[in-house]
Ligand binder design. Sequence first.
Ligand SMILES: NC(=O)c1ccc[n+]([C@@H]2O[C@H](COP(=O)([O-])OP(=O)(O)OC[C@H]3O[C@@H](n4cnc5c(N)ncnc54)[C@H](O)[C@@H]3O)[C@@H](O)[C@H]2O)c1
Length: 258
Amino acid sequence: MSVALVTGAAGGLGAAVAARLAQDRPVLLTDVDEAGVAEVAAKLAAGGATVAHTACDVRDRASVQSAFEAAGGLGLGEVDAVANVAGVGMFVPFTEVTEEQWDRTFAVNTRGTFLTCQELVRRRAGRPGAVVNIASIGARLGMEMLADYGPSKAAVIELTHVVARVGAPTGLRANTVMPGLIWTDMWRKTSEWLIANDPAHVDSTPEQLFAGFVGAMVPMGRPQTPEDIAETVAFLLSDRAANITGQTVSVDGGVVMT
Ligand SMILES: NC(=O)c1ccc[n+]([C@@H]2O[C@H](COP(=O)([O-])OP(=O)(O)OC[C@H]3O[C@@H](n4cnc5c(N)ncnc54)[C@H](O)[C@@H]3O)[C@@H](O)[C@H]2O)c1
């Protein structure tokens, strides 16, 4: 049976993607946060899912290679589908982005996605497969506070086009999902940072601040849930999407209309 590998599976979105994919197939949950991913995997296993977990730092080729190897060793089988969910991002004013911050963001979001895609393509060696890379609406909005994050995710979209072209002749598909605004650790930390650093937000709670962004940005007026995104990832990795490759799908309540 088809086996999926999920990166960033300890996070808000990654855990939901792993849970949704596990309804259809065995799943290897990976994350740099080893304790966190073990906890998510244990919950899914307790619910009857066929899952395993392993530590994986997507910035590091050897770590990515051993995660793919682990799927066989842990009894799942060969990985033929990947959901690249691992990512980092914070609001930082354009003039304050350092080289270190730029490199850190690109190392996880862009190099990490490149390394897992390359590993999948090499291992499938001319056989079918599927990958979904998680970008962000921040790739398309030119937001001043996302000067490193936005470009790192825009690069993911073009990387996905490359993988789609490389894989197309042998049925290996690659698509991007662009989530909108989801209340996870990433937005909680961003809201807390804004409250601490921007006098305009000093009287808000993190939840109120997030709701304000949703109200100002999302035409449908509501945030997205991890489950909204997971459903689209599951569709794009499945045979129901057998003729879809090289596409970018926004799941964002209408923020970016493509
Ligand atoms: N939350 C949102 O509104 C939103 C919107 C658009 C896109 N996204 C994207 O969705 C993805 C998931 O974000 P989230 O909201 O669940 O955030 P999150 O912080 O809850 O999860 C991110 C996960 O990535 C893991 N990670 C970080 N560095 C890693 C590394 N080097 N190797 C492996 N794993 C690593 C973290 O440990 C964490 O578990 C990210 O790619 C993010 O950019 C999120």
